[in-house]
Design a protein. Structure first.
Length: 116
């Protein structure tokens, strides 16, 4: 009887972990539609409408904003890009205190869609 209880408990925990992993994977994939709103609100002014680094104030920054559609940005891993968004770089501010992890993931999904 104890073996049966353990089997049921083990099966239930496996099911729970699979569901949890699926929901985390979905959250981690990001929503580019929501990411576009975040981009237009916070990034467009420097990176430009199409992510080319040609925003209104982008030309006045040194170094200039990254072309998010260029080969160097596209070659970066998602982890590297998330780190830059969170921590900032050069003239770009850190967004970790202003955006949630999900917001950053949504923004990343939108940035990845710019070069498609």
């Amino acid at each position: 009887m104890n073996g049966l209880r353990l089997l049921v408990l083990f099966s239930a925990s496996c099911f729970f972990m699979a569901e949890l992993e699926a929901s985390l994977t979905l959250a981690a994939s990001g929503d580019p539609t929501n990411g576009k709103i975040i981009y237009e609100t916070n990034c467009l002014i420097c990176h430009g409408e199409r992510g080319k680094g040609d925003g209104v104030i982008g030309a006045s920054l040194s170094p200039p904003p990254t072309d998010l559609t260029g080969s160097q940005a596209r070659a970066k891993s998602d982890t590297d890009l998330r780190t830059v968004i969170r921590e900032g770089r050069a003239a770009m501010p850190a967004w970790k205190t202003r955006l949630t992890d999900q917001d950053i993931q949504n923004l990343l999904a939108y940035i990845r869609s710019l070069g498609e």
